[in-house]
Write a protein of this length. Structure first.
Length: 253
């Protein structure tokens, strides 16, 4: 397989990111998104973690996609099309057109109600497995007017699969091994302060007044805290930190 110098640099960057330590699967999958889009010359990136207990994908992240797209999939479309899940979730790298013809895809409900409104046209998926179980994925799409993904791009994404799988396993193991009382130690002092107040139910404007910072600063710190802790909202944050708060440092003003 011939790889250009530019693609080799991008691959090297992605491998470095996969080899690095990340506080959560969400942080890991966010870190590699833009580079994978660059590697495959694609337009949209989304990635989810599989929850075997809930039998659902969650903790979605995205690049060049509105968060509403990720939330719509998690809350509605994955459940609406659960019967066809096994058809799509296959270990390894597969263009969408290898699973369903593009003509049939364009006639489907999920394409017209979900994919087309967000600009998706041609797709390629990487599903990582731990034994027989899916653990997470990478989903890449191109806009209408672009070409479909070819064999060369399947081979490029396949080069990432082993590192992505190992990184997902490593991150999951590290998170399972960390007791709740250590959760806030992953955050900077100001991120921890914002997270604690948010977990107690304070709104962003109230946190800003309490810490004497701007609303935008609160949002930035809270977004960072969500990514590092692997949570998506205040409810999940409060649940994670409930056991942590008595053992953590006080609020920094």
């Amino acid at each position: 397989m011939q790889i250009s110098t530019g693609k080799r640099r991008i691959l090297s960057r992605i491998i470095g990111l996969l080899s690095s330590e990340h506080a959560s699967s969400q942080e890991l999958r966010t870190a590699i998104g833009a580079s994978i889009l660059e590697l495959l010359d694609a337009d949209f990136y989304a990635s989810f973690e599989w929850n075997p207990q809930k039998q659902a994908f969650e903790f979605g992240v995205a690049v060049n996609l509105d968060l509403a797209c990720v939330q719509s999939y998690e809350r509605h479309f994955q459940h609406r099309h659960r019967q066809g899940l096994r058809r799509w979730v296959r270990q390894g790298v597969h263009p969408v057109s290898a699973t369903i013809s593009h003509r049939d895809l364009m006639r489907s409900e999920i394409y017209n109600d979900f994919l087309r409104p967000y600009g998706h046209y041609y797709g390629i998926n990487l599903f990582a497995f731990d034994g027989r179980d899916s653990i997470g994925d990478v989903r890449i799409w191109r806009r209408n007017g672009r070409s479909d993904f070819d064999r060369h791009e399947v081979e490029l994404l396949s080069l990432i699969e082993p590192g992505f799988t190992q990184a997902m396993k490593r991150t999951a193991l590290a998170n399972r091994g960390a007791p709740p009382a250590e959760a806030l130690t992953r955050l900077s002092p100001r991120e921890a302060s914002v997270a604690e107040l948010a977990a107690k139910g304070l709104a962003d404007k109230e946190i800003a007044r309490c810490l004497n910072v701007t609303f935008a600063t609160v949002r930035a710190h809270l977004d960072n805290a969500f990514a590092k802790l692997g949570v998506r909202n205040r409810t999940q944050l409060a649940s994670l930190l409930h056991a942590s708060l008595p053992a953590t440092r006080g609020i920094t003003h």
